[in-house]
Design a protein around this ligand. Structure first.
Ligand code: KIV
Length: 284
């Protein structure tokens, strides 16, 4: 089988040059990452949203670096072509440049990620600069940044008035200046995102921030109908897997209760002669 080449930052910029949109999804485990990679998804974020989508927490804040490492290793094992990004969890980078560099380095060295992502604009520019100086590519993330949901007043669109929109533009420019190779805009009005896009030279990815971007992102559990607690307006649901999985579970229960499972094709056989020998043995 031909060896698959892993995407690099120059490959991603080349996609933009030729007008090809970049596709970006979250993944947290081996089977999902395998399917995304096989389908041709370009970027995979092992997001700390795993706290809510998989582990059942109300927020992303409880995730630790060690837990993120476990999920990220599984995704990296599956993703042969996709560019994999480790999401720095709450309090793994906020306190100091040293901690930020150390934890970003853990993603690279222990998991083999291609880059890391962190939340925040101007106030995190110093951290981005320090991590980039250590040779680690960084994706910035502004707008609705879930680790600051209390400060932001909940999970809601950001930059809907002139002053906060202006602040987001300044944040984006500061991240570019700090050396980020890309920026993710989450839940920002499309017209504001368009201004940011026009002002930046680095790659711009949109999560609920309109079409003017180098690529589009979605949380995989949202698009597959696997996260039912709430569905943001910007989500396009491609399939309702919850319904299909529920159907499969109910069919299994029904089959078992009615004695329709297992059938002969699900059984292992012992050669007749061995079985006779066993019966002889049991007579002794
Ligand atoms: O953790 C995550 O999945 C994220 C996305 C919301 C961008 O940070």
């Amino acid at each position: 089988m031909a060896e698959v080449k892993r995407l690099t930052i120059p490959d991603l910029y080349a996609m933009r040059e030729r007008g090809e949109k970049i596709t970006f999804l979250t993944a947290y485990d081996y089977p999902m990452a395998l399917l995304e990679d096989r389908a041709g998804v370009d970027l995979i974020l092992v997001g700390d949203s795993v706290a809510m989508t998989v582990l059942g927490y109300d927020t992303t804040l409880p995730m630790t670096m060690d837990e993120m490492i476990l999920f990220t290793k599984a995704v990296r094992r599956a993703a042969k072509r996709a560019f994999v990004i480790g999401d720095l969890p709450y309090m793994s980078y906020q306190a100091s440049n040293e901690e930020a560099v150390h934890n970003a380095g853990r993603f690279m060295a222990e998991c083999g990620t291609d880059a890391v992502k962190l939340e925040g604009g101007r106030r995190m520019a110093e951290r981005v600069e320090a991590i980039v100086r250590a040779g680690i590519p960084v994706m910035g993330h502004i707008g609705l940044t879930p680790q600051s949901y209390t400060q932001l007043g909940g999970y809601r669109a950001q930059g809907r008035d002139a002053a906060t929109a202006r602040a987001l533009i300044d944040d984006a420019l500061a991240l570019q200046e700090a050396g980020a190779f890309a920026i993710l805009l989450e839940c920002i009005p499309a017209k504001v995102a368009e201004i940011i896009y026009d002002k930046l030279e680095i790659l711009v990815l949109s999560l609920g921030s309109g079409p003017k971007a180098d690529g589009q992102m979605m949380i995989v559990h949202d698009m597959l109908g696997l996260f039912e607690r709430f569905t943001p307006k910007f989500v396009k649901r491609y399939v309702n897997l919850s319904e299909q999985i529920l159907g499969a579970f109910k069919a299994f229960i029904e089959d078992t209760k009615q004695g329709r499972f297992p059938q002969p094709e699900h059984l292992y056989n012992i050669p007749e002669e061995e079985f006779k020998r066993l019966q002889e043995l049991l007579k002794r």
